[in-house]
Write a new protein. Structure first.
Length: 271
């Protein structure tokens, strides 16, 4: 499949500098489409609407987003895709004046992304996401700390806050497993769509879960750790290195099965 961009309902053949500047302030959501369906589609639509209302003073109706997504699907030669929807505006003067603006949507369509093949080794670094509840386009720190982790011989960065509690990873949420229950860190994090989907699935399958602080000093008390995003619903973590020590995790088929079942318990929705 040929990758392409779509601005609202119109194909984009080339990107103008003004468009690049405009997309620096905004938000986005990324989804994996399989057979024309997306797991957690309603959550993606709610995220776009809610974040647009906060950033631009005007939300985005779900039917508008769906109409653009359907056009993108029609232009693609496959029903299996990776789609990113960016909301932004080129009317900066109105934005600065506090005038509500209906944002434009830049839709990026690529081939479907494959799950991460190997359990990653994470390097814990202190970082607190700015405006964490919005999936905004200010991603420099995520890339920066991820690169620092790579340079230090790890696969990615895991963030902890000033209190020494785990929050999230660069492009993932994280959860931990212990004694047949799933633990989510109580911290300021981006509420990922897959995380929300998994939580709903855990309720549906009757698995106990809780949200509590996860101090770096208690990482070894858990049986396993899992990263979650639209690409990797349950990616087992190989190790976490903190300023004090390294915690190694071995494969835990019991908790992996619980998370996989929870994810599959929430059916995908048709675009």
């Amino acid at each position: 499949m040929t990758d392409f961009l779509q601005l609202n309902d119109t194909p984009v053949e080339s990107v103008e500098p003004g468009l690049l500047r405009a997309t620096s302030y905004g938000h986005f959501t990324s989804m994996q489409v399989r057979g024309g369906r997306v797991r957690g589609l309603d959550l993606h639509l709610e995220r776009l609407d809610r974040s647009s209302l906060e950033l631009f003073g005007e939300g985005i109706p779900a039917d508008r987003v769906l109409s653009y997504l359907r056009l993108a699907l029609d232009r693609a030669d496959s029903a299996d895709l990776s789609i990113r929807v960016n909301a932004f505006t080129r009317e900066r003067a109105k934005l600065d004046a506090g005038i509500p603006i209906s944002p434009e949507l830049l839709i990026t369509v690529t081939d479907p992304l494959e799950p991460t093949p190997d359990p990653p080794r994470l390097l814990a670094v202190e970082h607190e996401r700015v405006v964490p509840h919005v999936k905004h386009t200010g991603t420099f720190p995520l890339v920066y700390f991820g690169r620092q982790a790579h340079l230090a011989g790890h696969d990615d960065a895991l963030f902890y806050d000033r209190a020494g509690n785990v929050s999230e990873a660069s492009i993932w949420n994280i959860c931990f497993a212990t004694e047949g229950r799933i633990v989510w860190p109580a911290a300021e994090v981006l509420p990922g769509i897959t995380m929300l989907t998994l939580r709903a699935g855990l309720v549906a399958t009757g698995v106990r879960s809780e949200t509590v602080p996860v101090p770096l000093t208690e990482l070894a008390s858990y049986d396993a750790a899992y990263l979650t995003n639209s690409i990797d619903p349950a990616l087992p973590v190989a190790s976490i290195t903190t300023p004090a020590d390294t915690t190694e995790y071995t494969a835990d088929s019991a908790s992996a099965g619980l998370i996989t079942a929870a994810f599959e318990a929430v059916p995908p929705q048709e675009i």
